[in-house]
Design a protein around this ligand. Structure first.
Ligand SMILES: Cc1cc2nc3c(=O)[nH]c(=O)nc-3n(C[C@H](O)[C@H](O)[C@H](O)COP(=O)(O)OP(=O)(O)OC[C@H]3O[C@@H](n4cnc5c(N)ncnc54)[C@H](O)[C@@H]3O)c2cc1C
Length: 413
């Protein structure tokens, strides 16, 4: 495609990765971000082999790995110590693993590459609305300023996107009743297990700890901590004695006492809420929606950032292969369908097993997961699901196969 001018709304994982793919194809790219400056805020993200493959394609994996922590296994246990979640990346390939990364480090690696490639960033530019007309688009910013005229607009502004709702595409937005309190704190002394560890009590209690690599400010090793909480109960949690809550956490998982001692103030914990976003398709004329704005889901399967990265890769590929922007966006929608539908379905069905009031859901998890781990076929399907590779329940194609341009991940598959 001849060089075009694209607007990308949102300077998150999906927006930055897309900006980089497009700039490297020779397009002019302007990213609009509502925050006035990029900050080091961000949760710990489990970057799956699919997301790692996209970063490898961008030539950024090595730089990110220097600040990330290796994760070899997912280790989830119930109150009696029995391991119900027992997923190993080595069951995918002998040298496979995931990465625990600080979101700020991921954004830093992506943004320096994007700006090095000539991407223009407009910070403090909240986009209020988009206008499309005959193959062109423009944006109206909060305050009334108009920006345009663009050959294509990429909406990548996260789950709460109001721009998505301005499109005439049938869609639904359903908030999950449960969210999570999270924080990133200094890693306790001693070696860190290369594992995402979780503790469950039924499906009402879930605690998670994940090595998260290096803190972007201090450079010290850090870990992410998560505590599952109903969003409606957050005001009650704020009023509860903090020490009483810490005692409750430790009653489920006494071994994390050194980590809990670094959480001294409720202000350190942020509430993450999430929602299930469904769209019939993701393109309309010269506008396309990607990332959480297009397919927000619960983080239970650890896929959001990975899917946003694969979106960026596929979008870049479609624009490289079509001479017309609208045709490229339509091809993108078609190509992403199976992969995204599978993960939306899986996250919708799996989330209540970990976050709900249902005893049956927890019982189902505690009985079925260990069984899954014992049977080689289901064990492999489980790790392929976690790795972000699946595009269907039984019959599926490798997720990163882009119209025959296969082999991004993994050659050994
Ligand atoms: C607690 C928690 C844990 C998670 N763990 C994982 C994990 O382990 N693995 C994983 O893969 N994913 C995880 N995720 C999900 C992951 O963080 C998201 O899926 C991913 O960041 C989505 O990227 P995005 O680019 O679509 O959106 P975002 O990263 O949300 O970026 C959107 C950007 O758009 C900007 N913006 C919003 N509105 C406007 C506007 N009107 N104008 C201009 N700019 C705007 C925002 O400021 C933001 O910078 C987790 C999420 C949560 C909440």
């Amino acid at each position: 495609m001849a060089a075009k001018h694209f607007a990308i709304v949102g300077c998150g994982t999906g927006g930055l990765a897309t900006a980089l793919f497009l700039a490297r194809e020779g397009h002019r790219v302007t990213v609009f971000e509502r925050f006035s400056e990029p900050s080091a805020v961000g949760a710990g993200i489990l970057l799956q082999p699919t997301g790692m493959a996209v970063l490898r394609e961008l030539g950024l994996l090595e730089a990110l790995e220097a600040t990330a922590a290796r994760v070899d296994t997912l280790d989830g246990r119930i109150a009696d110590g029995r391991r119900v979640m027992d997923v190993h990346y080595r069951h995918l390939a002998a040298d496979a693993y995931a990465l625990g990364v600080h979101r700020a480090n991921l954004l830093q690696v992506l943004s320096s590459a994007a700006f090095g490639a000539g991407v223009e960033l407009r910070c403090g530019a909240e986009v209020d609305s988009i206008q499309q007309a005959a193959g062109h688009g423009s944006l109206t910013l909060a305050g009334g300023e108009k920006a345009g005229d663009f050959d294509g607009i990429v909406i990548a502004n996260g789950t709460q996107s109001r721009l998505r709702t301005q499109l005439g595409i049938p869609q639904t937005y359903k908030p999950y009743p449960w969210g999570a309190l999270w924080t990133i704190c200094p890693a306790p002394e001693g070696p860190l297990a290369p594992a995402l560890q979780q503790r469950y009590d039924g499906s009402t209690v879930m605690i998670g700890v994940m090595p998260t690599g290096r803190d972007p400010v201090s450079g010290q090793a850090c870990v992410s901590f998560f505590w599952s909480l109903k969003t409606a109960e957050y005001p009650v949690w704020r009023k509860t004695s903090f020490d009483r809550w810490k005692t409750q956490v430790l009653s489920h998982w006494p071994q994390i006492e050194p980590l809990m001692s670094s959480i001294a103030d409720p202000e350190q914990l942020l509430l993450a809420t999430y929602a299930d976003v469904r769209m019939r398709h993701w393109h309309e004329g010269n506008t396309v929606v990607i990332g959480d704005a297009a397919h927000g889901m619960s983080p239970q399967l650890g896929q959001g950032a990975n899917l946003a990265l694969v979106d960026a890769l596929v979008l870049g590929d479609c624009l490289a292969r079509h001479s017309d922007v609208a045709a490229a966006f339509a091809a993108y929608s078609h190509q992403r369908r199976r992969h995204l539908r599978f993960y939306q379905f899986a996250s919708r069905w799996l989330t209540p097993l970990f976050q709900s009031d249902s005893r049956l859901a927890a019982w189902t998890r505690d009985c079925s997961f260990p069984l899954t781990n014992r049977i080689p076929f289901t064990r492999r399907e489980a790790i392929r699901t976690v790795a972000g590779l699946k595009t269907g329940l039984l019959l599926d194609r490798p997720a990163l196969e882009v119209d025959g341009r296969s082999g991004l991940w993994p050659a050994k598959e």
